[in-house]
Design a protein around this ligand. Structure first.
Ligand code: BES
Ligand code: ZN
Length: 755
């Protein structure tokens, strides 16, 4: 049969949503009070779910998202099972607390952490019974723990008592005992009255019992510790919880039950912490890098497997450690497993006492996880601080929640876990806990006033087993707390996009390739900036604005820093020397095209015209010619420069600028064009003549073609052109300007005074 803890990776995100959906239908926490918004049905859930390893563009996701995608609560569940089931209850100062530390340390070592087991103490003497079965499948796990009475025998580990179990009700009279009690382990109802308990044990011993269990017959009780008025030095006597009572009775109903019992007294034992440290890349000796720490407590209360309280915290810590160990980091990562939390935060206090002032000053924060995923419906995820105030650790968890679409996190006031020890020495810390916490009634607010809470029924009980673990809620804790820790463990990089004019560019999509393909980091905000987190690596950054690409290549990301990309939005410049605009060349003369393009930022990509720079300019045809240079830069900006040059005949005038003539006569206008260019050298509509004032030369009428009076014509001979201009006799006594415009665009004038 498949247990509810099987948690297929593929369905993980789906399961988170499903788990929340279940939460939503039942959500009933108090309304918004004291500045703490309600965690009602509308706001307790994941509203956005990410799927797959790549974003919509096909590029890799940013590191925040990538890391959260890698967290898998199935791994946390595995660690919780090792602690709560394989090891079982881990009372402070017992070998099981140390085994828990060793397990956690072994896992951290396998992730490359330097691991230290820290012994501290001594602590108060512990008297415990370990109850197992050689053949029965014990409910709640194979390792039961009860309270060993100090008035009875401590067997030690080598003299276990093993035998069948009989039930003898209250054990107050011989009739309560089965006939075959001798040689058996006797279960009886625990009484709150000392004399009743004493009588029961005395009676059992006289019946030949080899061990006595007094277990709460009803309710939901932890194993009781008690002494006896009549000491029983020959057999072990122990107190069991009501769950033990129920479980044993149920097993007995099915058939014979054999239990194996050892009782031990650990006199003023030492407690154990496990600390895993992963040094920052740039600070292998651990003297300067910021420290990001997560913590959980290893120990559980007597009798409780402590699956939720607090194997769950370690399960999440270890999964955070696993995923983060895959990245080179410039922050020092510390994973704390503290013993003796249930004894009064003893291990965490011992740990913070070992920190020097310089070390404390390096702490970014401590994210304490204690009870991070019970299926108990009314529980919600809380960030609780000793003073009820938010702090960096809390705020970062809110931010991480926002990144995964979880808006169910709330902040209020509570100590009662290891975060208090860090708070007390000035290290920002918070307790993350799935708890039915009720904030103070308005007008009281969280901070000055704390709330009240109701724990799940399994809390501090033998029933705090794997059934008290919700993989879905563990996953939310991983995403929120683990997401915050990862965000703080990576380098904070401010990527800005500015135009080459220095203007911030909003909405610029930023991509980074840090060696394994392009990665979408998001888009810049209104200030042209984007906050991203990156491991210790080297990345090429790219952004594209208006089709213009900017790069910042080979940026070595070591520590928190800024990366600036300047987007070249300026066109390349073109300087055109030859031909200059309006330049005039004589037909057939040699001229060399000369131009260049410049682009200070991205650099020139292309710079071209019909004639390459340095090649001959075309002067083989008269008239006006356009010359265009096209340039592009490597950012994609384009520019062009267009000029016009003129190619003209080698002109020679064989007529004066002014002359006298007789109206009605033919005036020869002679000129040279450097040879015979044919007779089609005059521009259409030309020559023209126009009346002008003889004194000033100012036009007095409109220009008219010389064809008007008739018979004007062009001829060529002896290396010269001769245009015979027939004047009009009616023009007598006037002055006229004659304009000869050629098909090379040039005009030539003479003014004639007509008699
Ligand atoms: N996991 C609890 C902390 C807790 C439980 C906080 C319920 C809030 C509600 C922790 O292990 C614990 O039991 N702490 C003790 C206090 C400690 C100083 C001995 C407690 O709350 O009684
Ligand atoms: Zn706890």
């Amino acid at each position: 049969m498949r247990s509810s803890f099987d948690h297929p990776r593929r369905l993980r995100r789906l399961a988170v949503v499903g788990g929340l959906a279940a939460t939503l239908t039942l959500g009933t926490v108090s309304a918004a009070v004291g500045g703490v918004p309600a965690q009602g049905s509308s706001d307790a859930g994941l509203t956005a779910t990410a799927t797959g390893a790549t974003g919509a563009t096909g590029a890799l996701k940013d590191y925040d998202q990538e890391i959260v995608d890698r967290f898998d609560s199935a791994n946390s569940v595995g660690h919780i099972r090792r602690l709560a089931v394989n090891i079982g209850p881990r009372l402070n100062g017992t070998p099981q607390e140390r085994e828990g530390a060793e397990y956690i340390g072994g896992v951290l070592k396998s992730y490359g952490f330097d691991v230290t087991l820290q012994s501290w103490g001594p602590v108060s003497t512990k008297s415990v019974a370990k109850v197992t079965s050689p053949n029965a499948d014990l409910p709640g796990g194979p390792n039961w723990q009860m309270a060993a009475s100090t008035s009875a025998k401590f067997t030690g580990n080598d003299a276990a008592v093993e035998g069948r179990v009989v039930y003898a009700r209250t054990g107050q009279s011989a009739a309560d005992f089965p006939a075959d009690t001798a040689g058996k382990i006797v279960l009886m109802d625990y009484s709150t009255t000392a004399s009743v308990r004493n009588t029961a044990v005395v009676n059992a011993v006289s019946q030949g019992a080899i061990a006595v269990i007094l277990a709460h017959p009803a309710g939901n009780n932890a194993p009781p510790s008690f002494t006896l008025t009549t000491a029983q030095p020959n057999i072990p006597v122990m107190g069991g919880g009501s769950a033990h009572h129920t479980w044993i009775k149920d097993l007995l109903d099915k058939g014979p039950l054999t239990l194996r019992i050892t009782t031990n007294q650990y006199v003023n034992p030492m407690g154990t912490n496990v600390i895993g440290i992963r040094r920052a890349v740039g600070d292998p000796d651990g003297t300067k890098a910021p420290i990001v720490m997560v913590g959980a407590h290893i120990d559980s209360v007597l009798g409780a497997p402590g699956a939720h309280d607090d194997a769950s915290g370690n399960g999440v810590s270890l999964e955070i450690a696993r995923v983060l160990s895959q990245y080179p980091l410039d922050k020092e990562l510390r994973i704390g497993g503290f013993g003796g939390e249930e004894g009064g935060l003893l291990g965490a206090k011992a740990y913070v006492n070992t920190l020097t002032a310089a070390e404390r000053a390096r702490f970014v924060g401590e994210w304490q996880m204690d009870m991070v995923g019970t299926p108990y419906e009314p529980a919600r995820l809380w960030a609780l601080t000793p003073n009820g105030q938010s702090n960096h650790v809390v705020q970062e968890a809110y931010n991480a929640g926002a990144r995964v679409g979880f808006d169910g996190l709330r902040n209020c006031r509570l100590g009662q876990s290891d975060h208090q020890a860090f708070f007390d020495v000035g290290i920002p810390s918070s307790l993350f806990i799935w708890l039915d916490y009720r904030p103070p009634t308005p007008p009281a607010v969280c901070g000055p006033t704390g709330g009240t809470y109701v724990t799940e029924p399994q809390y501090h009980r033998p029933t705090d087993t794997m059934d008290n673990i919700s993989p879905e809620r563990l996953q939310i804790t991983l995403d929120v707390v683990g997401g915050a820790v990862a965000h703080n463990a990576l380098n904070a990089v401010t990527v800005s996009a500015v135009s080459d004019g220095g203007r911030p560019l909003a909405g610029a999509p930023v991509r980074a390739d840090c060696g394994n393909g392009p990665r979408d980091l998001g888009a810049t905000g209104a200030d042209g900036r984007l906050q991203a987190v990156l491991p210790h690596t080297t990345c090429d950054f790219t952004t594209t604005v208006d089709g213009r690409v900017a790069n910042e290549r080979g940026v070595s990301i070591a520590g928190d820093q800024a990366v600036k990309m300047t987007v070249d939005l300026t066109k390349p410049t073109i300087s055109l020397t030859t031909p200059a605009d309006g330049a005039v060349f004589t037909l057939g003369t040699a001229a060399t095209a000369s131009y260049r393009c410049d682009d200070d930022l991205a650099g020139v990509a292309t710079c071209a015209s019909t004639v390459p720079d340095g090649s001959a300019l075309d002067t083989s045809a008269v008239g006006f010619h356009e010359f265009t240079v096209n340039a592009t830069d490597k950012a994609g900006n384009a520019a062009d420069k267009k000029v016009t040059y003129q190619v003209v005949y080698p002109w020679k005038a064989h007529f004066p600028e002014t002359m006298d003539g007789k109206a009605g006569s033919a005036v020869p206008i002679k000129f040279g064009l450097g040879g015979d260019r044919g007779l089609d050298v005059i521009a259409d509509g030309y020559p023209v003549s126009q009346p002008v004032a003889c004194d000033s030369g100012k036009a007095t009428g409109t220009a008219e073609p010389t064809v008007g009076p008739g018979n004007s014509k062009l001829g060529y001979g002896d290396g010269r052109y001769n245009y015979v201009w027939k004047t009009d006799k009616r023009w007598s006594g006037t002055c006229r300007t004659f304009e000869l415009k050629l098909d090379d665009g040039s005009s030539h004038f003479t003014t004639i005074n007509l008699k």
